[in-house]
Design a protein around this ligand. Structure first.
Ligand SMILES: [Zn+2]
Length: 180
């Protein structure tokens, strides 16, 4: 399976599982929701501009199609607030882009002499970086897929090369590797 691409059937299954606004949504999941709702894909030009503007860490999360949140063992379990319903709030920063925050709500229930904790909802928020960096592209310009980000990064890395020369070089290198 190509990274970032899921067959149609699998897409439906993921969307059906997720409850928008409550369940934890991956970036991919958000994009799949968007595609189903008929949102437009961002243009290659817009993706190129975005890739130039953001940090490598942000590109990494975009290309991967998901953020890297620490595990409970890594981050510990610390609550930062309590909501009106008495649910405990927990906030986790993506260890890669450091702009995405997963906001979780935890329920604590007393059963006999034991307390059981359960994560009931989680959502994503984006914060501005210390230098004013933003994760989200300007709205209304379409959605960027992980594949589009990868294509843009690759095209920039290989910019200015002749395709014929590149083919020749790759073939020569492959031949050399085979003979080695
Ligand atoms: Zn991230």
């Amino acid at each position: 399976m190509i990274n970032g691409y899921l067959p149609a059937k699998r897409k439906e299954a993921i969307v059906a599982d997720g409850k928008p606004g409550t369940a934890a949504r991956s970036i991919q999941g958000e994009q799949q929701d968007a595609e189903q709702q008929g949102y437009v894909k961002a243009s290659d030009e817009d993706v190129d501009l975005y890739v130039d503007r953001v940090s490598d860490d942000v590109i990494a999360c975009r290309e991967r199609g998901r953020h890297l949140f620490p595990t409970i063992r890594q981050a510990g379990i610390h609550f930062t607030g309590v909501d009106d319903e008495g649910l405990f709030l927990r906030r986790l920063l993506c260890t890669c882009c450091r702009l995405a925050v997963r906001v979780e709500k935890w329920e604590a229930v007393r059963r006999g002499n034991k307390t059981r904790f359960a994560r009931v909802t989680s959502g994503l928020e984006y914060q501005e970086g210390p230098g004013g960096e933003r994760y989200l592209a300007p709205s209304g310009r379409g959605h960027m897929t992980p594949r589009q980000i990868g294509d843009s990064v690759a095209s920039k890395a290989l910019a200015g090369q002749s395709i014929t020369a590149l083919r020749k070089a790759v073939k020569a290198e492959a031949k050399q590797a085979k003979n080695a």
